[in-house]
Design a binder for this molecule. Structure first.
Ligand code: SAM
Length: 409
């Protein structure tokens, strides 16, 4: 293909891509690559397209090919960094972002990506400078302000975080999901009233980003033990590990909880808001079915479908537990068991902490469970995991729906 033709083809593909016509754009990129298999621009843009589709492996492959042909190109380095971040390879992503910025220092998107990767690595202090630079370069954009607000919160600067979150909210305009997230952050900082629950879009984004690193971090640095503690409490409450029950792993995440519940299950289903957490769970080959949904929407459509419903480290994304516990009760057969954890702490009946999770008063949780028709079987105070080196205090509940119970409405 003459150079002029390939330039036209690339321009056409990129225009389709920019309009969101991903399939057509991909077809043209691939057509170009059939003629010029090493074309770095086509590989770079296919890498971006793969990332948009959540195909982290494809994004890595294509960005590597682009850089093989043009190792110094800052745009390729920046997109390589974004692909690495998507795959959870944050230290390498930081190196790629820094290399891109060394060649093109005033790239606000890469500055923001660098800041977010540093935050993900737990180095919020180092994230502040690139995020502040990104907000200075794009003063009217809400996204860098929201990222800066999160970094300041993580770095312990609550007042600065609230100021940046308010600035993001003021600029959110026609982006309702971003506005809702800014409001939620303001509430977590005590600068706005706490809503009844974390916004679903916030939870989905949080865990989609976290998915590739979740298990390594939770079981390593964060010493996460809720699934094992909950399974042990179920055993002490008299549930045999006889693989006889239809189990629902509510907020199953990557399936750490499913693995702990497996000895009870004849059939196991999982449900989660985050498609990337579900993709990790699917790899376990443990679940008979996995559902992508909000538990409050999905449960009411499953009357008396399960013998055991467990939610490990999930209800702390909800403030008012009444709708969730009523929905769990409705989805249990009479005699069925509910098991879940909550984080406990100051503030009754519930409070939203700076870590953006809810804490509950265990006595109140007991009352809400009773109102939902769930009778107590076992309860345990426990350290659920650590956060910034400090224990996260929680309570575990095992409850039974009485045999004669009418299906909840
Ligand atoms: C901390 S993870 C715990 C995952 C798993 N249960 C475990 O023990 O490893 C919390 C999970 O709950 C999910 N989640 C939170 N709120 C939810 C909701 N309203 N509906 C469905 N899933 C939810 C999140 O997407 C996330 O995957």
């Amino acid at each position: 293909m003459p150079q002029a033709d390939s330039t036209v083809l690339l321009r056409e593909a990129a225009a389709l891509h920019a309009r969101g016509a991903l399939a057509e754009a991909e077809r043209l990129y691939r057509q170009l690559l059939r003629r010029q298999p090493n074309d770095p621009n086509a590989h770079n843009l296919l890498g971006v397209l793969a990332r948009q589709r959540g195909d982290a492996a494809g994004a890595l492959r294509h960005t590597e090919r682009a850089l093989a042909a043009a190792p110094e190109e800052p745009v390729f380095l920046a997109n390589r960094g974004a692909a690495l971040a998507e795959a959870g390879r944050l230290p390498e992503a930081v190196l790629a972002f820094r290399a891109a910025l060394a060649r093109r220092p005033e790239d606000p998107i890469t500055l923001r990506n660098l800041g977010q990767a540093l935050c993900g690595l737990g180095d919020a202090a180092a994230a502040l400078a690139p995020l502040e630079q990104a907000t200075a370069l794009l003063p009217e954009a809400p996204e860098p302000r929201l990222a800066l607000a999160h970094a300041r919160r993580e770095a312990g600067d609550a007042a600065g975080a609230a100021e940046a979150a308010a600035a993001a909210l003021a600029r959110a305009g026609a982006q309702p999901a971003l506005a809702e997230q800014a409001r939620f952050l303001l509430a977590a900082l005590g600068a706005a009233p706490a809503p009844d629950r974390a916004p679903a879009a916030y939870v989905r984004d949080l865990f989609d980003q976290f998915a590739p690193r979740f298990e390594a971090e939770l079981t390593g640095r964060l010493d996460y033990r809720t699934p094992a503690l909950l399974a042990a409490l179920l055993g002490r409450a008299g549930l045999p590990q006889a693989r006889t029950l239809r189990v629902l792993d509510l907020g199953c995440g990557t399936g750490l909880s499913g693995a702990a519940l497996a000895p009870f299950a004849r059939r196991m289903e999982g449900l989660d808001l985050s498609p990337r957490m579900l993709a990790e769970a699917r790899k376990r080959g443990l679940y008979h079915a996995l559902h992508e949904a909000d538990l409050l929407d999905w449960l009411p459509r499953q009357p008396a479908a399960f013998d055991l419903i467990a939610a490990a480290d999930v209800l702390n994304y909800l403030g008012d537990l009444a709708p969730a516990l009523a929905a769990i009760a409705g989805a249990l057969v009479p005699g069925g068991i509910a098991a879940f954890s909550v984080e406990v702490g100051e503030g009754a009946p519930f409070a939203l902490g700076e870590a953006m999770r809810y804490r509950h008063d265990p006595a109140h949780v007991g009352q809400v469970a009773q109102a939902a028709g769930l009778a107590p079987m076992a309860r345990q105070d426990a350290v659920l995991r650590t956060e910034k080196g400090a224990p996260v205090q929680g309570a575990l509940f095992v409850l039974r729906k009485p045999k004669g119970a009418l299906p909840a409405r």
